[in-house]
Design a protein around this ligand. Structure first.
Ligand code: ZN
Length: 152
């Protein structure tokens, strides 16, 4: 681990302890070159297993980028996108699974996106669920209408 102050490529661990919730380990390090101290944190990386079999680290930015595309031209601002990204990340983290299938990420996005904007939701669902015909859209719209409170 590089020293963040002088870029020395080596550092020495002087203390190591678990965080209270046990989800991470913090290490206090000292740089033998400049003598300054810094702290690192080690956590389990939540991985996403894609259909191709490739795994990659979960990325909130990627979620937000995908949702932003679906929201083009819709009255959805960056704050709302950031909030949705946070919600999805929390939901994924709450599963406690170290490697999560990518389709489960899609599912975790659909719920909050439906709350946010129904048109964007339909766009996202059409790609994610592979809608092939108008019928697919019609069915989904029927479902949307069914869950809406009357009068909306
Ligand atoms: Zn240093």
């Amino acid at each position: 681990m590089h020293c963040p102050f002088c870029r020395n490529p080596d550092s020495r661990v002087i203390d190591s302890r678990s965080t209270e919730d046990g989800a991470a380990i913090r290490r206090r390090r000292s740089c033998p070159e400049c003598g300054r101290r810094f702290t690192t944190q080690e956590t389990v990386l939540q991985m996403v297993a894609k259909r191709s079999g490739v795994t990659e680290p979960f990325s909130r930015d990627k979620i937000i980028a995908g949702v932003r595309r679906a929201c083009q031209g819709r009255p959805v601002d960056e704050d709302a996108l950031a909030k949705l990204g946070h919600q999805v990340e929390e939901a994924i983290r709450a599963t406690g699974v170290a490697e999560i299938p990518s389709h489960q990420i899609g599912l975790a996005i659909l719920g909050p996106l439906r709350e946010l904007d129904e048109v964007a939701y339909l766009r996202f669902a059409s790609v994610y669920r592979g809608f092939e015909s108008l019928d697919d859209f019609a069915k989904e719209i029927e479902l949307l209408r069914a869950v809406d409170p009357p009068g909306e």
